[in-house]
Design a protein around this ligand. Structure first.
Ligand code: CA
Length: 740
């Protein structure tokens, strides 16, 4: 009662606040809701009270459905953890960015997980001033660049791997460096942020405890985003006596233990809801509950009744999950929504409520207008799934579901046949051809898998014999020159002969060139090879412009002088290549005004139609020093399009304060499907290629490109007026490898 009236007082205060702000001339925006996302792991569709389970009571999880909305057809995007979570955290189908497989425990491998060019929900909410925390299972990469604190979260407590044992006495590895097998990753000590902690609680209880602490810590500075990522009831099936005692009547030991694990989660959900309520936040908190995929019936004794199949497969039992959402301020209590919704909708819904525009096109939609009946259409008239390794692709169009595996087709009408027991003859389906066409059209926009996953572990180990021999991603100075497996060196400059750059390999640019930059590029004098390195030097010195015409409209002519000199070297006509790996070891000057680059341009057509790939650019984005990895091309209606990844220099300095003094390795891995750009073996950007083909068949990234290395001054690099010159850009080598 006291709680209720204090809430009323708060609401009254809020109303007064709105009135006051109205009188001073501004209308206050409605407060942004907190977001609490509770994800379970491998929980069966039938194993919640709100779907009728009486064997496993889940009164707290049921409260979310009772005080909000229950989705009877809530889908995830893949019937296993990693890909499902990749889509959940990005709001985008995981095959759009190649995260199609379960990531391995591979802390040296930055490609395992979600590419850094994708925005996470935590990244997006950060732009709306949310404080974000994740507790429990990450499973979106174990490389340091994929750590939750690098992916938009402010706090992390849990583990990076795909699963974990539940009893602290089993956590024998102090950190990842001691792990020597894939499943050894299940037995590491837990992490708090970047460190390791000693924990004594049963894992599920520890995560619930931390969730309550997070809510208590952040409620007075809301909004917050809390992602409670329970690994229960994923195997190993382990429960503490406290929860097992509740299910002594279940004879099957595995099912009994599973029930106890779900019950522990339910207790945790109760504690979290109570904490939100006690902090006066319950009305303005969006709470979402779902499982990351259907129950693996054999593995953990879960129950997907009445759905067919389970984890790993594309019958409903693999992809349709318990799913509920509550938000007392915005959603009617006790409602039920029977149209298909997707886990990808969580990102879109949260972003819409927070008032942020996602950086990439989402596959999910904001569910609020549908649930409130403001929009009586379907959030997803069509949904798609895919497992490229098993050559399975699936379309659900209205109530008709078509599962294609290689040449085998199965079709079901879910409106009459929820259990997918009676296949429909394709010949009897008028829309068969159109379904196949839609499915093909959808698949054409997807990327192949970017990394070998759990199902390819043997092959991964063969290709990566040093998988468990951890290297710091920030110490590459000592890395040996290794020819990537399956490739051979086709062109390189090691810059080992003192003097000027080899004229059989490089052409110097001359004069004013691009972007109204300040420097005058010179034929020589600003490049020098010494000590095995190419040194490009920018100087503050005045050059008379021989092309000067005071009245010209061309900036290259109407400047009487250049105040800086620098150099740009390139390889057109001397060397170009189509596909392969290009690697450059270099040190850049990060002073104001400096704009060094490692890039390529296509041989044919004019810029930007010819295509540009920027393996490195360093310049100021909104006055922030930034490392960029980009590609540019012409859009279908003309105009230049960019796919850019941006890393603020400040983030690199956090990890390595002397970053600008060191050499780093910039790498491009380019094939006919995609371009991957790396910094120190960390994948920064993945650029799909297929969708850049013009109507006439020309694709700027399926033609040979030549190389450019340059140091520009001014323009995007910032104002160099207060910079001490000369500044230098040093290149140790440029190497290009191709498959024989
Ligand atoms: Ca799972």
């Amino acid at each position: 009662m006291i709680l209720k009236s204090s809430l009323r007082l708060k609401r009254l205060a809020c109303v007064i606040g709105i009135l006051l702000s109205f009188f001073v001339g501004a209308i206050a925006a409605p407060p942004k809701p907190n977001v609490v996302l509770i994800l379970t792991d491998d929980q069966g569709y039938a194993d919640v009270g709100f779907h009728g389970s009486t064997q496993i009571p889940t009164p707290n999880i049921d409260r979310i459905a009772a005080k909000g909305v229950m989705f009877t057809q809530g889908y995830v995007t893949f019937p296993a953890c990693g890909p499902s979570r990749a889509a959940l955290i990005t709001g985008r189908q995981q095959d759009r960015f190649g995260s199609s497989r379960n990531p391995l425990f591979a802390p040296n491998d930055s490609s395992q997980g979600v590419p850094l060019s994708e925005e996470t929900l935590a990244d997006a909410l950060k732009r709306a001033d949310y404080t974000s925390g994740i507790l429990g299972k990450w499973h979106l990469g174990t490389h340091p660049s994929q750590h939750p604190l690098k992916r938009g979260f402010d706090e992390f407590f849990g583990f990076l791997e795909g699963g974990h044992t539940y009893f602290p006495e089993e956590w024998i590895f102090r950190d990842d460096a001691e792990v020597r097998t894939q499943y050894g990753g299940y037995r590491t000590r837990l992490m708090r942020n970047n460190g390791r902690v000693d924990e004594t609680d049963y894992l599920t209880d520890a995560l619930s405890r931390e969730a309550v602490a997070f809510v208590n810590r952040h409620s007075n500075q809301s909004p917050f985003f809390l992602f409670v990522s329970y690994n229960a009831p994923h195997s190993p099936v382990q429960a503490s006596d406290k929860y097992l005692a509740r299910f002594s009547h279940i004879e099957n030991i595995k099912r009994r233990t599973y029930a106890a694990m779900v019950s522990a989660v339910d207790d945790g959900v109760g504690r979290i809801l109570e904490a939100i309520e006690q902090n006066g936040q319950i009305h303005n908190t969006l709470v979402i509950f779902l499982s990351d995929n259907g129950g693996p019936i054999q593995d953990n004794a879960s129950d997907n009744t009445p759905l067919r199949g389970g984890k790993g497969g594309f019958y409903e039992g693999g992809i349709r999950v318990p799913f509920a959402m509550m938000w007392p301020d915005g959603l009617p209590a006790g409602s039920r929504f029977d149209k298909p919704v997707s886990s990808m909708d969580i990102f879109a819904t949260a972003a819409a409520l927070a008032g942020v525009t996602p950086k990439k096109h989402l596959d999910g939609v904001n569910l609020i207008p549908y649930v409130t009946s403001e929009n009586d259409g379907a959030p997803h008239p069509t949904l798609f799934w895919r497992n490229p390794d098993r050559r399975i692709s699936v379309i659900r169009d209205g109530d008709v579901k078509l599962i294609r595996q290689a040449n085998d087709i199965q079709i079901y009408d879910l409106s009459k046949d929820t259990s997918e027991s009676t296949p429909i003859d394709p010949a009897s389906l008028p829309q068969f051809a159109s379904l196949m066409e839609k499915l093909d059209g959808w698949e054409a926009g997807l990327m192949p898998p970017r990394y070998l996953g759990l199902m390819q572990e043997a092959e991964y180990n063969r290709q990566n014999p040093d998988r468990f021999n951890l290297i710091s991603p920030f110490e590459v100075d000592t890395l040996p020159a290794v020819v990537p497996q399956g490739y051979e060196l086709v062109w390189s400059d090691e810059f080992n002969t003192n003097g000027v750059p080899d004229s059989t390999k490089w052409i110097h640019e001359q004069g004013f060139t691009r972007n109204e930059e300040l420097q005058w590029y010179q034929l020589s004098g600003n490049t020098q090879i010494k000590d095995g390195r190419l040194v490009i030097e920018a100087r503050r010195e005045t050059i008379l412009n021989p092309n000067y015409e005071a009245k010209s409209n061309d900036w290259r002519k109407n400047r009487a002088t250049a105040e800086y000199t620098a150099a740009s070297i390139k390889t057109p006509g001397l060397f170009s290549f189509l596909y392969g790996i290009m690697e450059v070891r270099a040190r850049i000057d990060t002073s104001m005004g400096s704009w060094p680059a490692i890039w390529t341009l296509g041989n044919d057509r004019r810029w930007p139609d010819k295509g540009e790939i920027d393996i490195l650019e360093y310049y100021r984005v909104q006055n922030r020093a930034t490392i960029l990895a980009n590609a540019a091309w012409v859009g279908p209606r003309g105009g230049v399009l960019w796919d850019s990844a941006k890393i603020p220099l400040s983030e690199l300095l956090d990890d390595m304060p002397d970053w600008p003094e060191r050499y780093h390795i910039w790498k491009m891995d380019w094939n006919e499907d995609r371009i991957e750009l790396y910094l120190n073996n960390v994948l920064i950007n993945t650029i799909p290629i297929q969708d850049k083909t013009h109507a006439d068949g020309f694709n700027p990234f399926r033609q040979p490109h030549y190389i450019l290395l340059n140091l520009a001054i001014g323009s995007n690099g910032g104002d160099p007026a207060n910079t001490r010159f000369p500044i230098t850009y040093e290149v140790d080598y440029v190497r290009v490898y191709q498959k024989p």
